[in-house]
Write a protein that binds this ligand. Structure first.
Ligand code: ZN
Length: 148
């Protein structure tokens, strides 16, 4: 069957390869900044070169695009109709590599977490997750687990 991916779609796809400093990543950095957290970017000496690294907390964060990292059950992760097998194999490899990286980080005594692109549609909940991951608590927090 002929390859019918349009040129614009193709360049859109190619732009996702190996891309750093993507829009979702910038959004997460912005949120981490808002919490006053200190972090480093793309530590290449760590498995998977995590997008955000919080050295003191030994916490590594990945910001994953739903398409590339094949966010399971997410509509942004739909497999393209053309060259379906190629994409399925590619996504499977990406997912396996992602899992291996998380595992390797944990082996080295790091906590690792993934924030998905689609989660950023609700920045408040990503902010909450960042707070939980980093143990940061705002004075204005209304929920108090201590009295639960
Ligand atoms: Zn998603």
């Amino acid at each position: 069957m002929a390859d019918t991916v349009s040129p614009s779609r193709r360049s859109q796809i190619m732009a996702g390869i190996g891309q750093r400093h993507t829009q979702p990543e910038l959004a997460v950095r912005h949120l981490a900044h808002a919490l006053g957290l200190r972090f480093r970017l793309h530590r290449r000496d760590l498995p998977g070169s995590p997008d955000l690294v919080f050295p003191k907390l030994r916490l590594a964060l990945f910001v994953h695009g739903c398409f590339w990292h094949h966010h399971e059950g997410c509509r942004r992760a739909a497999v393209p109709k053309t060259r379906e097998e190629y994409w399925k194999t590619k996504f499977k490899k990406n997912a396996e590599r992602d899992l291996r990286n998380l595992h390797d980080l944990e082996e080295r005594g790091w906590r690792a977490a993934v924030i998905w692109e689609c989660e950023l549609r609700a920045p408040a909940s990503v902010l909450k997750r960042l707070e939980e991951l980093t143990g940061w608590r705002s004075d204005t927090t209304t929920t108090d687990d201590r009295h639960a």
